[in-house]
Design a protein around this ligand. Structure first.
Ligand code: GLN
Length: 515
């Protein structure tokens, strides 16, 4: 029986790839099924800022033609050729608008592609469009977007996490099988946790940042968003690698075996026997919901019962991670965002009256173009960097960053991977934390340390609490991204080792939630 459009969108990316290869389905069918789904549900979900249906179908038709041609042309197709993808609107794309979720870049078209986008085009994955985010990736709920909030497919009265809520919700709602995100303090992993999807923050430098609109350059990292660990790994394999256009990009030779290992291969891991898993003492307990902690404990029990060695590790400096992050990140952001001056590109707003000086045009543009959260962080960062305060704030935060790196080093002496809940709570109601920046910032308490240390992390679904997804986070030393895939794949398999459909397949039908 031919797969129906509804069953097509519910396949994993790996299954889509296999069915495309055997000719059981075409990329045009697959891409059209996703565009139809976007048409049916995205008015409610608002995962996309821009949908590029024509372009996606053109790519799909070309892939189908290559496949039909057979011979070398078909053989040379990348495994993900013809599998559609969505791209966080912080990553620049030629021929499609890039807004960063801000009015500042409304209508702006990048003259070039980000390196990851180039790789996606070379692999010939149809690009479905650009996904919603908190303005300039600042937030944990996607409510700080100038294009309206994204809703969580598990409960449309709740947030999908942020800043990459659009990518996570699109994947959770079967609008896309794969997506790209960016993670500066948790923006791939925390949305993954609260939407029941998988998201990886690669090792800093492991994926080129060329063409990712900079928020905090020493923390930003592009990574994959998917429904399964294997799918995330397949996409990670495609986007990883050295890029001479990114001065912080790692050379292959810097990896432990002198090459980047296959993450998809790591994701085939079935057992955890002998794996030393460190539970971070500081990332549990007060502030974490009881239901989140229960799922976390059950995950640990499963891992232990299947031969993992669970140890507790102490990372005392983590208590200061959030404070250090909210000095370093705004400092870097205040500098990066200085380029939006109303002169070179993007929005320009002229002062209503008075002299038309460049300073006044800049002032009017930035007052109108940036939202409150972005302004808050620019003010904070500018203050932290100002003469007289630099040592007290920025300097101290950098010292804490070093202490956090040392805590990780000590922890990885005792454990191969570390584990924690990804987010302290399940998805919270829209508007719940919108007027309380500190409450919003606390969502990232468990994800931020990895960015400060430049190490890889993944969030994998760990079950439900109050009917909403809970995420489990694994962390590994820098350049050991394969380890997070091994641990996450093993846990995913253990948790799905029953008659029930996997968690990602249990999302309520949107017809039901939109009622
Ligand atoms: N939520 C965090 C913040 O607001 C992380 C954002 C991100 O990773 N881009 O800064």
């Amino acid at each position: 029986m031919a797969p129906t459009p509804d069953s097509l969108i519910r396949l994993t990316a790996a299954q889509m790839s296999a069915k495309l290869r055997t000719g059981e389905i075409t990329s045009v069918e697959l891409t059209q099924a996703h565009l139809d789904r976007i048409g049916a549900v995205d008015e409610t979900i608002n995962a996309f800022i821009h949908v590029s249906g024509d372009e996606a179908l053109q790519t799909a038709a070309a892939v189908d033609a290559s496949r039909a041609a057979g011979g070398a042309e078909a053989e040379q197709l990348h495994p993900l050729a013809g599998v559609p993808i969505a791209i966080k609107d912080l990553i620049v794309t030629k021929g499609q608008p890039t807004t960063a979720g801000s009015k500042m870049l409304q209508g702006w078209m990048s003259p070039y592609d980000a390196t990851v986008v180039e790789k996606i085009r070379t692999a010939r994955m149809p690009i479905l469009g650009k996904t919603n985010l908190d303005e300039f990736a600042m937030g944990s709920s996607t409510e700080h977007s100038a294009y309206g909030p994204t809703r969580n497919p598990w409960d449309i009265t709740r947030i999908p996490g942020g800043s990459g809520g659009g990518s996570a919700a699109a994947v959770a709602a079967f609008e896309a099988p794969l997506a790209l995100g960016t993670d500066t303090g948790g923006s791939i992993r925390q949305p993954g946790a609260v939407t029941g999807t998988v998201g990886t923050k690669p090792t800093y430098g492991g994926v080129s940042r060329y063409g990712a609109i900079a928020m905090a350059s020493s923390l930003d990292q592009i990574g994959p968003v998917a429904r399964t660990v294997e799918d995330a790994a397949l996409l990670h394999d495609l986007i990883a690698g050295h890029d001479e256009k990114d001065s912080t990009s790692l050379a292959e030779a810097e990896y432990p075996e002198g090459r980047i290992p296959s993450f998809a291969e790591a994701a085939t891991t079935k057992n955890v026997a002998g794996l030393r898993i460190g539970v971070i003492k500081q990332l549990q307990g007060s502030g974490y919901q009881a239901g989140v902690l229960s799922r976390f404990q059950e995950a640990l029990d499963q891992l232990r019962d299947n031969g993992a060695e669970i140890v507790e590790v102490d990372c005392p400096s983590f208590d200061y991670a959030l404070g250090a992050y909210y000095l370093i990140m705004p400092s870097e952001a205040s500098s990066n965002l200085a380029r939006y001056d109303g002169v070179r590109y993007g929005t320009r707003v002229l002062p209503e009256s008075g002299p038309m000086t460049i300073e006044r045009v800049m002032g009017a543009t930035r007052a109108a173009g940036f939202g409150d959260e972005v302004k808050r962080r620019i003010i904070l960062g500018t203050y932290a960097l100002s003469a007289g305060y630099y040592d007290a704030y920025y300097g101290s935060a950098q010292k804490i960053r070093t202490l956090i790196q040392r805590d990780f080093e000590a922890a990885f002496e005792r454990a191969d991977v570390l584990v924690s809940p990804t987010s302290p709570t399940v998805a919270f109601p829209l508007e719940d934390k919108l007027d309380d920046p500190l409450a919003m910032y606390l969502n990232d308490v468990a994800t931020i340390p990895a960015n400060l240390a430049g190490i890889p992390g993944i969030s994998v679904p760990g079950g439900l609490s109050e009917g909403l997804p809970v995420g489990i986070q694994f962390l590994a030393p820098a350049k050991e991204d394969a380890r997070v895939y091994r641990a996450a794949a093993a846990l995913e398999r253990l948790l799905n080792d029953n008659d029930e459909p996997p968690l990602w397949a249990q999302v309520p039908a949107l017809e039901e939630v939109t009622r």
